[in-house]
Design a binder for this molecule. Structure first.
Ligand SMILES: O=C[C@H](O)COP(=O)(O)O
Length: 252
């Protein structure tokens, strides 16, 4: 089966203030041509406060603008929430959901993630659904099975909810590898993501699978049997690293 286009992106989480975010987004905009000519899709996910300014900087480039979360209703009395319809109207193309930090700190459930993914798809946004096991099994061979069984409901609850022809991005982020010194072991990631791909095999819509968790330059080449790209965190704060990863995706 043909593999989908490769894609790389980064979430700024809550690391940068608005001025730093503008400067960073300008740097990403300057990578647009490099990504386009390399045949790599590129996205960046700033905080909500910076969405409008980011859209102005990125318009006319090939860089896709993301948001870090969304609510599942389009409008109404939902204090503190952000509408998927309004995100789409603001120029957002990709919406992240189910990140390990939101599952852990804010108690986000598979069912809530599925509702958010459905709302994103309904509004023409691509859900970027983060999945991953919380702990690393003590023995490598067993760890793969444990990870797959923990990821399965996270993936299947979303795939059962969204239209079969909706585009979706699944970001496999083992929780124990987020914020670490190094990414997860490549064999582990490839084995788990191959199984995640099988979970989505019968879908009509494009399904892309990313790896995230301390990823950076040098990570992708070992994972290319399993994933279509990377979801970067801290190691993309240096724009040079993001440029390098784009090149590696194009070469591997
Ligand atoms: O959203 C990105 C991931 O959580 C990875 O973050 P990290 O690369 O800083 O570990």
């Amino acid at each position: 089966m043909d593999r989908p286009r490769r894609i790389v992106g980064t979430s700024l989480k809550m690391y940068f203030n608005p001025q730093q975010t503008v400067e960073y987004i300008q740097g990403v905009a300057e990578l647009s041509e490099h990504a386009r000519s390399s045949g790599i899709d590129l996205f960046v996910v700033p905080d909500f406060l910076s969405i409008r300014e980011s859209q102005k900087i990125l318009q006319g480039t090939s860089v896709m603008l993301g948001a870090q979360d969304t609510f599942w209703e389009d409008s109404g009395a939902y204090t503190g929430e952000v509408s998927p319809l309004h995100l789409q109207q603001a120029g957002v193309r990709i919406v992240e959901m189910g990140h390990a930090e939101r599952r852990r700190i804010f108690g986000e459930t598979d069912e809530q993630v599925a509702k958010k993914a459905t709302a994103a798809a309904r509004n023409g946004l691509v859900p970027l659904v983060c999945v991953g096991e919380r702990t690393h099994g003590p023995i490598a061979s067993a760890a793969v099975g444990i990870a797959i069984e923990e990821c399965r409901p996270q993936v299947m609850t979303v795939l059962a909810a969204i239209p079969d022809d909706a585009e979706v991005i699944l970001a496999y982020e083992p929780v124990w590898a987020i914020g670490a010194k190094e990414p997860a072991d490549a064999d582990h990631v490839v084995n788990v993501t191959k199984e995640i791909r099988r979970m989505a095999a019968s879908r009509k819509g494009t399904t892309r699978i990313l790896y995230g968790g301390s990823a950076g330059p040098g990570t992708f080449s070992k994972l290319s049997d399993g994933v279509d790209g990377l979801f970067l965190g801290r190691f993309a704060h240096d724009i040079g690293n993001l440029k390098q990863v784009i090149s590696e995706l194009a070469q591997s």
